[in-house]
Design a protein around this ligand. Sequence first.
Ligand code: PLP
Length: 415
Amino acid sequence: MTNMTTHRQQDLLTLADRVLLKNYRQQPVVMERGSGVHLWDSGGRRYLDMTAGISVCCLGHGHPALTAALVEQAGRLLHTSNLYFIEQQIQAARAITERCFGERVFFGNSGAEANEAALKLARRYQHEVARQPSRNTIVSTLGSFHGRSFATVSITGQEKYRTGFGPMFGPVEFVPYDDLDAAAAVLRRGDVCAFIVEPMQAEGGLLVPSAGYLAGLRELTRETGALLIFDEVQTGIGRTGKWFGHQHDGVEPDVMTLAKALGGGVPIGAMVASEEAARGLSFIEGGAVPHASTFGGNPFACASANAVIQTIEKEGLIEHTAQVGEYLGTRLAEVAAKYAPHAVGTRGRGFLRGLVLDRPAGPTVAACRKNGLLVSVAGGVVVRFAPALIAKREHIDEAIGILQSVLGQVLASEP
Ligand SMILES: Cc1ncc(COP(=O)(O)O)c(C=O)c1O
């Protein structure tokens, strides 16, 4: 690390302090380049990246197959709008539908947009297709995270994200996660439009529900006429060791939303629907286009999705994530045992796992970064590991080694 690079990073941080909106709480580094599971900051320091851009960079940084696909597409055609059909969009929709229950796909640019589309589909399905205009209530779960747009923050089951922004979109009702009795009580009222749920609560703290929860929700929504939406923005595209998180439970929703890893780092979101549910957003001759997005599904973004899906398949990354994810779970359990009672346990599935502490995880995460390891906080007290799907056992071992030494220091300084 030279003086010049250190100064460059400091200059950028000073400029950021002056020109960026102060909404985030970034750690004081500027990332400059990446390769595989490593990142380098503009001061020249190398980090082992166990965040993958918050579950986004599933192929790691600078994967040659994704880079080549993007370079090729950027030189050929970036954008045309949805006034015309787009080959890469059609291929991406096929690639997704071949791997799950879904039969039709709408593309947007983010997780929030995918969820917005799902909410609009659900409302219009109930109003125009099922002819049940009184079915307006969206049911969501406490502790969930569905995005920051008005509607998606309104259905996010964590009050802290809504504070100061009222009035919210509604009617919305929250029920405890993993509680079928509570879900049944609301659904059986008859005014529910849709139930939206993460197959595993990610931002909420990496909570895996009990076996049978998703199946129970499927039965209840079928019985009562509400649509079932799985938010797979974080759990989708291999992260949990299956293509989609709900596939661990053998249950199919009416709608699923995707974003994050779908583009491997290029912004893209998708709403995937069954043929029946898709009627909720179908164009009706003589009417307006019911939902749209200027950038949604553009050639560049969809070229990334196609390259991501093909590469995951070709490199066997789903099986790899399931296996090495188990190993990560075992190593985290060792750490939990060693640092009990301050380490309370482990949670998660595949490559979306964490160590639960008896205190806020922020200081541990910051100390890991100072020691060359990038992890993040989930649910306040969980140190989250969400590495690229290409991460190997040796990377996990290195990360666990750093975490252990950091925990020793953090616990010694604030027992
Ligand atoms: C489950 C889930 N849904 C939705 C979102 C929002 O996605 P985006 O930030 O792309 O709008 C996130 C983001 O973390 C998420 O984890």
